[in-house]
Design a protein around this ligand. Sequence first.
Ligand SMILES: C[S@@+](CC[C@H](N)C(=O)[O-])C[C@H]1O[C@@H](n2cnc3c(N)ncnc32)[C@H](O)[C@@H]1O
Length: 315
Amino acid sequence: MGNDDGKHGHGHDHDHDHDHGHGHDRGHRHGQDPDFDWEAMALRLEGDATMVLPIVDDIVQSLSAQVEWATATHLLDLGCGPGIVTCALARHAPVAHVTALDSSVPLLARVRHHAAEAHLATRVHTVEADIETALPALRPMDVVWAGMVLHHLADPGEVLAGLLHALQPGGTLVMLEFAGAPAALPDDDPLAVDGTWARLEAATTAARNERLGLDPVTVDWAALLTGAGFTGITDTTMVAHHRAPLEATAREWLERHVRSGIEFVGDALSAADVAALTALAHQVSTRNDLFVSMERRVLTARRPIRGGDWEPPAE
Ligand SMILES: C[S@@+](CC[C@H](N)C(=O)[O-])C[C@H]1O[C@@H](n2cnc3c(N)ncnc32)[C@H](O)[C@@H]1O
């Protein structure tokens, strides 16, 4: 987990469930930190994104009446992180050019690596930019995808207003945000019955909210979208359910989730809880009754077809 010193590290302000750092630092400020462990961060973000891919598939499917995935030409993955979702989007839109935008140079290198491995390098293009400073000039987008990024921003409403104009009229914005905590234990598991798991997740949520300086679950994202000029807003909670017995990737995610929880919020838990969770982490590779259920809040919205200031791009 890098060079951190427990819960009082130096600003791991990405959104892995157990990341931590200075509160109220929503941006992405590791550029000057030579010790920051990008590799570990990338692995955590890749694990989270991989577990959430069923939700990505469900969103794409649910938008099939309003997005022509087969013929879409330009997609923007805003705050793309290591590019797991970027590559999934490129597969769903087989002729589209996908712009993967992030402020993290090391994460953009991971995007290029994954895109090359998936034979998507000709269609996935990385752009380094801080969206709080300025959105670079891009071709009008069919879809802008903003996964787990808007809660990092000091003024998400202002960025959303900019994103409206990154879309072509009628284009679609997709937002993924935090919803409920993940679940993994059968109801009759002792750690579920005695509340150990719930205490782990409550401590994790509290640490996340402190780090972000807000509770992203309570933000009225739909109102922000309306205020930015979007229309046709949908707001739902979607679940990625990985059934027992878990396959290897989900087992790895769950073990890492429990271990990083102990590392990052263990101080907020009792010694008995930490011991029970440590035992659970040991059991994840062999138990066949564990599952993983991950929730995301999903909002979709469109740029109105009329009334915008869109002009066709110069050829
Ligand atoms: C939790 S990660 C989400 C990654 C990816 N969208 C996913 O869902 O797997 C948030 C990403 O937003 C990026 N980010 C945060 N603030 C940003 C900013 N102001 N400009 C550009 N990218 C930013 C971070 O570098 C990070 O890669």
